[in-house]
Ligand binder design. Structure first.
Ligand SMILES: [Zn+2]
Length: 143
């Protein structure tokens, strides 16, 4: 069952229980840190939270509630564009995961660019097909 908290519900005051939560918090000044803290606290109570954040790596909220608290942190290449928006976001983004119970790492395939879960944190490709395609491509480039 899917459930949505809207701006009117104010997700910050809701109980996230043991839900699997995807959260794209408001990026207005002073907001993201509150949501990152909520994500961390909810994960301590059993939720699994995937939080999209601006990658403001020098900001206090980022260091306190994302870098040091997220179980997984993934920096996205390029800038996101939402829905039918004409322009991309004016900042880089990252995905922070809180409450990860499995040891696999969420990575981006260096061949096809898709997300994949890997046993090894240094894995480069989502599949043998992508690994092979990448090596074939490199082999061609050397000729
Ligand atoms: Zn791939």
């Amino acid at each position: 069952m899917q459930k949505f908290f809207t701006k009117e519900d104010d997700g910050l005051i809701q109980d996230w229980k043991k839900y699997r939560v995807f959260c794209n918090p408001p990026t207005t000044r002073g907001q993201v840190g509150k949501w990152a803290r909520k994500a961390y606290e909810a994960s301590q109570a059993g939720a699994l939270v995937v939080l999209l954040v601006p990658s403001r790596t020098g900001a206090k909220w980022f260091l306190d509630w994302v870098k040091s608290k997220a179980d997984e942190l993934l920096f996205l290449r390029g800038r996101l564009k939402f829905g039918n928006a004409e322009n991309s976001a004016s900042f880089d983004s990252a995905i922070a995961i809180y409450g990860k119970r499995d040891r696999r790492s969420l990575l981006i395939c260096q061949h096809c660019g898709d997300f994949f879960l890997a046993q090894r944190a240094d894995a480069k490709f989502c599949s043998n097909a992508c690994r092979q395609a990448a090596y074939d491509y490199r082999a061609k480039c050397k000729k």
